[in-house]
Design a protein around this ligand. Structure first.
Ligand SMILES: Cc1cc2nc3c(=O)[nH]c(=O)nc-3n(C[C@H](O)[C@H](O)[C@H](O)COP(=O)(O)OP(=O)(O)OC[C@H]3O[C@@H](n4cnc5c(N)ncnc54)[C@H](O)[C@@H]3O)c2cc1C
Length: 382
């Protein structure tokens, strides 16, 4: 089977790897000249994503690119502890959540996909798609075309494939939050711990890295969509310090900030009604941008499930059936997560009372469905 994968980010590279392992002839068409370069900031892989990588035979390769973060702590802005729990896993799980730069993850997955036989072409932006019964033709902005038996739309939040598949598909909407992240000198945090501070103007995450720096990410609540590009990178620590002035740990880290990554607006997307039709299917953020530390893990799960469904000769509708309910549940959890980061003073006070109880008594019950999900057998390497 010839497959054109549109987009070479996490979902595209993982899907290319999964399909190439089953013997498909895979070509990735990536718009960006170098998608694996130093773009983006850091992200975390929870145990469900790591198990997906294990099934794709590349867990160790990816783990080498980051570091393990076994614990998570929640804090109020003033520094009051609100709870502690395992990070991205259940207590006793042998696997520990891994944090790494997005670029390193994409680089590792692309290398593994190429090793499995996939071809990766860069500088190819999808602009058209034509399903002609005997196959599907992808058309690119540079005037080239590609013929395949299957087209996989792994082109992220602003997916062109999604709109070509269904012109009535929803568009992303600004979520009332934007994110700025970077590294700072080591002034706070215990090694191996991801800290989430629920501050007055948004959330603030920080975790010490093995190189001695602290990786931080401010998720600022701002109802009106800001013009992030208009602010020089060097100005962000000072701007953020003004927003987190009442929150001692975020403030100290922002004052010690040594590096800032390009800020991003956060978006939501209404449920996408069409995930597959004819010879085209969506994976990753193109179908369901979830956030809440699960974007990459859910994309990896999609890759595993799609490859197995196709290897077993089942229809694309089966992939959709297997993924819809789980992704739907994740989208609800992500919405609650977003609301906690945007909470006003009253909701924040309520959260400060509720979070310690949830983390102590209900964490396992609330997250077992996410972390114990069975993805099945390894995707066979042909
Ligand atoms: C630059 C960047 C930085 C990011 N940084 C973070 C981060 O710091 N933390 C985090 O949790 N998540 C981050 N994400 C999102 C995270 O990577 C995703 O939630 C998750 O990994 C699922 O990825 P995806 O492959 O579905 O989408 P994406 O990671 O968005 O990848 C989509 C890919 O498709 C390509 N593409 C888009 N349109 C076309 C087209 N028309 N034709 C061909 N190719 C196309 C893009 O260039 C990109 O490489 C980032 C995404 C990007 C693009």
């Amino acid at each position: 089977m010839r497959v054109s994968v549109i987009g070479g980010g996490v979902a595209g590279a993982a899907t290319a790897l999964a399909l190439a392992r089953t013997g498909a002839e895979v070509t990735v068409h990536e718009a960006h000249p170098d998608p694996a370069g130093p773009v983006g900031s850091f992200l975390s892989l929870a145990v469900n994503g790591l198990r997906g990588l294990e099934l794709l035979g590349c867990l160790d390769r990816v783990r080498e690119c980051g570091f393990e973060v076994p614990e998570q702590r929640l804090w109020s802005g003033s520094g009051k502890p609100l709870g502690a729990m395992p990070r991205g896993r259940l207590a006793g799980d042998a696997l520990h959540s891994v944090t790494l730069m997005r670029g390193r993850l994409v680089e590792a997955l692309r290398a593994e996909a190429e090793r499995a036989g996939a071809r990766i072409l860069t500088g190819q932006r999808l602009t058209g798609r034509h399903d002609h019964g005997a196959g599907v033709r992808a058309e690119f902005a540079d005037g080239t075309t590609a013929e395949a038996d299957l087209l996989v739309g792994a082109d992220g939040l602003w997916s062109a494939t999604r709109t070509l598949l269904d012109p009535a598909a929803p568009d992303p909407v600004y979520a009332g939050l934007y994110s700025v992240s970077g590294r700072a000198a080591p002034v706070a945090g215990e090694p191996g711990t991801f800290n989430m501070v629920f501050a007055r103007n948004g959330a603030f995450a920080h975790l010490p890295a093995p190189d001695g720096t602290v990786w931080w990410s401010a998720q600022v609540a701002e109802p009106r969509q800001p013009d992030l590009a208009g602010v020089p990178l060097a100005e962000w620590p000072e701007r953020l310090a003004a927003l987190y002035a009442a929150d001692p740990v975020p403030l100290a880290l922002l004052r010690a900030a040594a590096e800032v990554h390009r800020p991003t607006l956060m978006h939501t997307l209404a449920p996408v009604p069409v995930w597959q039709r004819g010879r085209t299917v969506l994976v990753g953020d193109a179908a369901h941008p979830v956030g809440a530390g699960q974007g990459a893990s859910m994309a990896i799960e999609d890759a595993v499930v799609l490859a197995r469904v196709l290897a077993e000769g089942r229809p694309l509708a089966e992939y959709e059936r297997l993924r819809r309910a789980r992704v739907g549940r994740m989208l609800k959890a992500a919405a609650a997560n977003r609301e906690a980061k945007k909470a006003g003073p009253v909701a924040r006070r309520v959260n400060e009372l509720v979070m310690p109880l949830v983390s102590r008594y209900a964490y396992t019950r609330a997250t077992a469905w996410l972390y114990t999900h069975e993805l099945g057998e390894p995707v066979p390497a042909s």
